[in-house]
Write a protein that binds this ligand. Structure first.
Ligand SMILES: Cc1ncc(COP(=O)(O)O)c(C=O)c1O
Length: 494
């Protein structure tokens, strides 16, 4: 399971058919495909194995799994795909893999890397405009473990800052329904009430007037995405910023996905409205170095217009028997290697490199969108750029996914409405991929048109049904997800 977002819909209340579909799910998510090919370590071995033997095993597994995306047919997931860049980052990582970023006295280079990653990300997000607009603004940030880490950190900051400055004890946040589940996770972890605003089915964007209706005296932050995960579209950040300022609440812009590519799309003349600190009212932004920043997995940035918001979630413990303790984010010890490799990715790529990659990605995405638009049965959702999604009123779009899968394509599934999305990344910009997409899509549309009322296979996992799930189906799917997670944390049964 390459992505944590799985939507399990399209299940009926009848236990029988639900079971059938759950069987499909468990077949698809075989957690232990290597059980028959490699020894399973059920106990700590008494004697260690030779390093070369271990590395040979790892190389074989990694090379095999890389074939799933190297051809450019997998949505998102591998944003860079350049093995030379990976080798370079791995060397940078390796130099510091063992060093602890918590111990800055013996590892001051962690501060160089983290400080500069944050400074470069603030530069990209036009933090200078925040200072130009208000000399007392003091933009800062931190490096976290990933997009979810950045969003959680921001939500913690809003909660604690609002408690300290506004006396709010029952905080809430207001999000478009398209906002990433990390906001719901943050609400769950930190005791925030999550208020959800539906989006327009055609534009896929929230109406700021409806967002306004959800704000009250306990609202600590609004959420907007640039772009959102389902459709890649950009929420009306300028209007949300004005609303946030008017109502005295924060506005977090989720640029986890778009933060390192949309600014270059804007420079290239694509229709990308400002979503960063140039927009009055934007108080924090998340932008992932491990997505379109082309870093190794495990880093993201969270940026704040004002230092006070970041400081609100700092942690220190002065009376611990182990000494006085402090750490700025969720983690305690973490590898300096992650900071070094994120830094290395940014300074090796530079603005010119990011612009070049963005050019290829935008051109590829628009060429693929043109292929989708050439089929009247398919409808692109909203006005996307580097990530596009489509649905169909003529047939269940999961039939398209089913057929494309036989040709090696891996889309991400959407629900409400059922649809598919493709986050275009550098592997898709290789010669021949767009042509392959065009041909395979035409065949898939023809196939989908022939299926009539037959249910698509992949809808059992991703698709939704109008009206949502019955409590019984919800319970069963929840248990199934628990079982998948249990399996992912286990060795195969003996
Ligand atoms: C818009 C958006 N926000 C947040 C996230 C969460 O990022 P991560 O999976 O790195 O935690 C994602 C992941 O795809 C995303 O697309």
């Amino acid at each position: 399971m390459a992505h944590a977002i799985l939507t399990f819909g399209n299940l009926t209340a009848q236990v029988g058919s639900t079971r059938t579909k759950l069987q499909i799910m468990s077949d698809l998510f075989d957690a232990h495909p290597y059980a028959d090919r490699f020894p399973v370590n059920r106990t700590l071995p008494e004697h260690g194995r030779p390093a070369e033997e271990i590395l040979a095993e790892l190389r074989a597994l990694a090379a095999e799994e890389d074939t799933a995306w190297e051809g450019g047919q997998c949505s998102g997931t591998m944003y860079c795909g350049d093995h030379e860049h990976y080798a370079f980052l791995t060397e940078a990582f390796g130099l510091y893999a063992h060093a602890n970023a918590l111990q800055r006295d013996i590892c001051p280079s962690a501060t160089r890397f983290e400080g500069e990653v944050v400074a470069m990300a603030l530069d990209l997000m036009h933090a200078d405009a925040a200072v130009a607009a208000d000399a007392s603004a003091d933009p800062v940030g931190m490096v976290t473990s990933g997009g979810t880490g950045s969003i959680l950190q921001a939500m913690l900051s809003y909660r604690d800052h609002a408690r300290a400055t506004r006396g709010i004890e029952r905080p809430n946040i207001v999000r478009p329904e398209t906002a990433h589940p990390a906001f719901a996770k943050g609400a769950h972890l930190f005791g925030l009430d999550l208020r959800t605003v539906p989006v327009d089915p055609v534009t896929t964007l929230v109406d700021p007037a409806v967002v306004a209706e959800h704000i009250d005296e306990n609202t600590v932050a609004l959420i907007g995405s640039a772009g959102n995960y389902p459709y890649g579209t950009i929420d009306p950040i300028a209007e949300l910023g004005a609303l946030a300022l008017d109502r005295g609440v924060g506005l977090h812009v989720d640029g986890c996905l778009g933060g390192f590519i949309l600014p270059f799309g804007e420079e290239l003349g694509y229709d990308v409205p400002p979503f960063d600190f140039r927009v009055p009212g934007v108080t924090s932004i998340s932008a992932d170095t491990h997505k379109y920043g082309y870093g190794l997995k495990g880093t993201s940035t969270v940026l704040f217009r004002d230092r006070a918001l970041r400081t609100a979630a700092y942690f220190h413990m002065l009376d611990w028997t182990g000494g006085k303790y402090f750490s700025p984010g969720m983690e305690g010890s973490r590898s300096t290697g992650l900071l070094a490799s994120a830094w290395a990715s940014m300074v090796a790529t530079g603005r010119a490199g990011y612009r070049t990659h963005a050019t290829a990605i935008f051109e590829t995405s628009f060429a693929m969108q043109e292929a989708v638009r050439s089929h009247p049965e398919l409808r692109i959702l909203g006005e996307p750029t580097f990530l596009f999604a489509f649905t169909s009123e003529a047939f269940d779009p999961y039939h398209v996914a089913d057929h494309m899968k036989t040709r090696g394509w891996r889309f991400n599934g959407l629900q409400y409405p059922n649809g598919l999305h493709l986050a275009v990344t550098r592997p898709q910009t290789q010669p021949g991929v767009v042509d392959r997409f065009r041909t395979d899509l035409a065949d898939a549309v023809a196939y989908a048109g022939e299926q009539g009322a037959l249910p698509p296979t992949s809808a059992a996992i991703y698709g939704g049904i109008p009206g949502g799930l019955t409590p019984e189906a919800e319970h069963m799917i929840g248990s199934m997800m628990d079982q998948i997670m249990d399996a992912q944390l286990s060795v195969p049964k003996a």
